[in-house]
Design a protein around this ligand. Structure first.
Ligand SMILES: Cc1cc2nc3c(=O)[nH]c(=O)nc-3n(C[C@H](O)[C@H](O)[C@H](O)COP(=O)(O)OP(=O)(O)OC[C@H]3O[C@@H](n4cnc5c(N)ncnc54)[C@H](O)[C@@H]3O)c2cc1C
Length: 392
């Protein structure tokens, strides 16, 4: 038997079951090897592993479909997405960053067994598999063995606001404290803040009978803006994030009146990780500054390149610790050159290079085209829309 900490809940129908929740590690198909994945080994210079990471968590379901058809479907997906897989005598195994998927033939159908190093990764892996099966039109009546009904999903954490300060003219820094914030120091740069619809205040998403997350009022009714974990203090159990204050922003409004002691619901971590190349160019606007700052603090010493950041106010310039050899350039919006003009001037090395851009949607769309025109391959760039200007 294994145990994991259950995030404290702040009301709503989600089941409270004390501080610890016992979960089952189920017997599964034996041909599946169960390596204990230590994700910190991928990013050794930044983060340490929690004790849970040693554990192997599994869940399994039987798909009532033709096993040969099911295997063919999974094989085709893996090939299409260049995912590594291994053929076995009665099935196949896929190794993914989140964990492992084993598919094995049974008389009654195709058995899927998912293995991950912790409950959260297992949950994310199961969500991804469910999503793919839905796309393939596989019946929705499946049940996963490791489903804890009525509890909040393992990706959801409740934390308490410690402070919210206007550190720079355009930014609030919010500090949260809580028991389960350690995981935000690894596995993904970002998280979502959760704001329920007015009619469902005090209610939270819960795991339903088929292992999926049910959102009170429907997921589309929730405001779930993405923010970047600026830093996690493992000793103090706190997490900081920076909010760019802009007109009409619901999070900006939230920050204006935020007081210590307020409960915040956050979901994650998720999203990208550090760019991996010797030469790196980072381009971002105000909303990408926290991500660029975190990346710069975490890059290996051998990296070189340039970071270009657009700010609204010259007083928003921050001291950024760079572990690598990147130089930082600040551009003041409306005064200096635009991000795209800077990008045009970029001198690209021939290989071992990566260009990372995050900004407003139309700007990054143009940037993507510009980089493709200059011969950059998809694997050599990350172009992310962090927000979109609404058309009036
Ligand atoms: C991976 C990722 C990481 C991110 N990290 C951060 C972060 O660390 N800090 C941060 O501040 N933001 C970050 N963002 C951007 C942030 O999620 C968006 O700006 C989001 O819309 C803010 O939510 P809101 O409730 O304040 O605004 P909303 O209520 O969603 O939007 C209200 C209005 O504000 C406009 N708007 C939204 N963003 C901006 C903006 N930047 N400038 C001007 N108008 C805007 C919208 O078009 C809309 O008209 C990130 C986004 C992504 C995808």
């Amino acid at each position: 038997m294994l145990s994991r900490r259950l995030a404290p809940q702040i009301g709503g129908p989600a089941r409270r079951s004390g501080e610890f929740l016992t979960v089952r590690l189920l017997a599964t198909e034996r041909f599946c090897a169960m390596p204990s994945r230590d994700t910190t080994s991928l990013h050794p210079h930044v983060f340490r592993a929690p004790s849970e990471i040693e554990l192997s968590m599994q869940t399994t379901t039987l798909l009532h479909i033709s096993p040969d058809y099911g295997l063919q479907m999974i094989r085709a997906r893996a090939i299409e997405r260049s995912l590594p897989f291994e053929e076995k005598s009665n099935g196949l195994i896929l190794d993914l960053p989140l964990g492992q998927i084993c598919a094995s033939k049974e008389t009654a159908g195709l058995r899927l067994t998912l293995t991950a190093s912790d409950q959260m990764k297992l949950h994310l892996l199961q969500e991804a598999v469910d999503h793919r099966l839905d796309e393939e039109g596989v019946a929705l009546d499946r049940r996963w063995s490791l489903t804890e009904l009525g509890v909040v999903p393992p990706t959801l954490t409740f934390a308490t606001v410690v402070s919210c300060e206007r550190l720079y003219p355009s930014y609030y820094r919010v500090r949260l404290s809580g028991a389960s914030l350690e995981r935000f120091s690894r596995d993904g740069l970002h998280f979502r803040l959760l704001f329920p619809p007015e009619a469902y205040k005090g209610q939270w998403p819960i795991v339903s009978v088929n292992g999926r997350v049910e959102w009170p009022g429907g997921i589309s009714q929730w405001h779930r803006p993405v923010y970047t974990t600026r830093s996690v203090n493992l000793e103090k159990g706190t997490l900081d994030f920076d909010v760019f204050a802009h007109d009409g922003g619901r999070v900006t409004d939230w920050c204006r009146t935020l007081r210590p002691g307020v409960e915040a619901a956050i979901m994650g971590p998720g999203g990208e990780w550090l760019p991996d190349a010797r030469w790196i160019a980072l381009f971002g606007d105000e909303t990408a500054l926290p991500a660029i700052a975190r990346i710069l603090e975490s890059l290996p010493e051998k990296s070189s390149g340039v970071a270009t950041i657009v700010i609204s106010d010259p007083r928003d310039v921050q001291h950024l610790d760079t572990t690598g050899g990147l130089t930082v350039r600040w551009l003041v919006r409306g005064k200096d050159m635009s991000l795209l003009d800077e990008l045009k001037k970029l001198q690209l090395p021939d290989g071992d290079r990566f260009v990372w851009i995050a900004s407003e949607r139309s700007e990054v769309n143009q940037a993507r085209d510009m980089l493709a025109d200059r011969g950059l391959q998809k694997a050599e760039m990350r172009v992310a829309s962090y927000w979109s200007r609404q058309k009036l």
